[in-house]
Design a binder for this molecule. Structure first.
Ligand code: MRU
Length: 347
């Protein structure tokens, strides 16, 4: 099945997203014509995954300007600022959102437009460029990681980092995909990823379509499989990598890294360099999104815990750099010491 997490519809100047909340049971697309709508789609996780959120923000700005009725530059620029603001407040942890909005602002701030239509074109062209580059970057991450993937390997993967979490192809899952395409005979233990079950619902949906052997496991089973020496490496995505290598990713990633460390299993983080945030010194400075308790106490529409209890629902955790074997980016593989080597990547 051909699916796209996000796509621009030229005929209507709208942005279309695959509704990831209802996969795999229903495959439905939603269309948006405002930044407010896109921000809500990000917040409610119609679209999710750091790179996909970044692309959605870029198209959120573009769609807002396309549907602004005025031809006056001042009106458009004021609207742009409001759109930027509403998108910035959609989700706090994935730095790709802010990276994209900063990149878009830099382009707009160069003032290389003469009227409303040239401003709109500038913003839309940049959104298209971000989307196109995302797919190319993912493919390069997969190629760069090939040297780390042994023949007949079994990997553990957490959350969803595939074509759904990006504009296409995927980061950590892209690595698995590239290895499979290169005939490496790779299989995957798929963490279900409580509470929103991105692993069960999305990753296994993608792997099934790609024909990559996989087995769905509960998050707590990783130690069981590692103790049996059935895991060659762990590979996860990232929402923000701090300057010292500490990495925020889906809740449960830190637990997985600890188990991998105890069993001497390599623990790889994969992501585009736009997820590396050198302005954040270390993991303690990363803003971790806390989501509604309902995500934990309900599975689908069924309540599984008593009424009136306290619930903690941090959407992400931070894996300290000491538990990460390498960070795989489109610019190459970064190994410890991360502070020096991450900085070198940008020089
Ligand atoms: O809450 P989500 O589903 O947006 O969290 C996604 C993750 O944590 C992914 O691992 C990360 O964004 C990398 S996606 C290539």
């Amino acid at each position: 099945m051909e699916y796209k997490s996000i796509e621009w519809i030229t005929a209507s100047n709208k942005v279309r997203m695959l509704d990831q909340r209802i996969l795999p049971g229903q495959v439905e697309y939603l269309e948006y014509d405002s930044a407010e709508g896109v921000a809500l789609a990000i917040r409610e996780m119609v679209i999710r995954g750091a790179p996909a959120i970044g692309a959605a923000a870029a198209y959120g700005l573009a769609v807002e300007l396309c549907h602004q009725n005025s031809n006056e530059l001042d009106v458009l620029l004021a609207d742009y600022k409001k759109a930027d603001d509403v998108l910035r407040r959609s989700r706090p942890t994935a730095v790709n959102l802010f990276w994209t909005l900063d990149r878009m602002y830099e382009i707009v701030n160069r003032k290389e437009y003469s009227d409303a239509s040239s401003l709109i074109k500038l913003v839309l062209d940049e959104a298209h460029a971000i989307a196109k580059q995302d797919v190319e970057i993912c493919r390069q991450i997969g190629l760069n990681a090939l040297e780390l993937v042994p023949e007949n390997a079994q990997a553990i993967h957490h959350c969803n980092t595939g074509g759904l979490a990006t504009v296409g192809y995927g980061t950590a899952l892209g690595i698995i995909r590239t290895a499979h395409e290169h005939g490496r005979k790779i299989s995957v233990l798929v963490d279900e990823t409580r509470p929103r079950l991105q692993g069960a619902r999305l990753t296994s949906w993608e792997l099934k379509q790609l024909g990559i052997p996989h087995k769905l496991i509960v998050d707590g089973a990783s130690g069981f499989y590692m103790k049996q020496r059935k895991v060659d490496f762990c590979v996860v995505g990232c929402d923000r990598v701090a300057a010292n290598g500490d990495t925020a990713n889906k809740i449960g990633t830190y637990n997985l890294a600890l188990v991998a460390h105890a069993h001497k299993v390599p623990f790889y983080v994969a992501g585009p360099t736009s997820t590396i945030d050198l302005m954040t010194d270390n993991g303690d400075e990363i803003d971790i999104e806390e989501r509604e308790g309902a995500e934990v106490v309900y599975v689908g529409s069924e309540r599984i815990a008593p009424e009136g209890i306290d619930v903690g629902n941090p959407a992400f955790d931070v894996t300290p750099a000491e538990f990460i074997t390498a960070i795989i980016t489109e610019k190459g593989i970064v190994r410890p010491p991360f502070r020096e080597n991450l900085r070198a990547l940008f020089n």
